[in-house]
Write a protein that binds this ligand. Structure first.
Ligand code: DAT
Ligand code: MG
Length: 149
């Protein structure tokens, strides 16, 4: 089953959007595999966002994601990566569809509330960056047969 990393960024935590984000992903049917509240260090942030190094928004992005606690999660489902990205909405909240997290709760790209891995390689890299192997829980829900084919 495909796994993906989701981060509720400092603005999302401060604004009480941990609950709504988790509720939407649960209701969509994804299964939660790992969950923690933490403060991201500059070092971890720079590894997570290494592909954006040198871009004009890179330094403000590091400031933003290290500015307060974040909630970090791993979710799994068939096609979890693209389903989560669609549920979170477009990177720029102004372009995100209503009904998405960013489209319902966000306005500006520099305060876009959530992160979701953008492909299988980044998902594997990011999950490894934020979690030890033994922090990922392998479990079944009684509802799984009504959600997974
Ligand atoms: P996403 O978070 O949707 O995967 P991304 O990987 O392209 O988007 O960029 C990472 C984050 O960097 C994004 O969530 C917000 C910030 N960002 C991206 N493009 C930006 C821009 N043009 N101006 C300001 N911040 C930007
Ligand atoms: Mg990205």
């Amino acid at each position: 089953m495909e796994q993906t990393l989701v981060i509720i960024k400092p603005d999302g935590v401060q604004r009480g959007l941990i609950g709504p984000t988790i509720t939407r992903l649960e209701r969509r049917g994804l299964r939660l595999v790992a969950l923690k509240l933490m403060q991201i260090s500059k070092e971890l942030a720079s590894r997570h966002y290494a592909i954006h190094q040198g871009k004009p928004f890179y330094e403000p992005l590091l400031e933003y994601v290290t500015s307060g606690p974040v909630a970090v999660m791993v979710w799994e489902a068939p096609n979890a990566i693209s389903i989560v990205r669609k549920t979170l909405g477009a990177t720029r909240p102004a372009e995100a569809e209503p009904g998405t997290i960013r489209g319902d709760f966000g306005l500006e790209v520099g305060r876009n509330i959530v992160h979701g891995s953008d492909g299988p390689e980044s998902a594997a890299f990011e999950i490894d960056l934020f979690f030890e192997k033994d922090e990922l829980v392998n479990w079944q829900r009684s509802l799984d047969r009504w959600i997974f084919e």
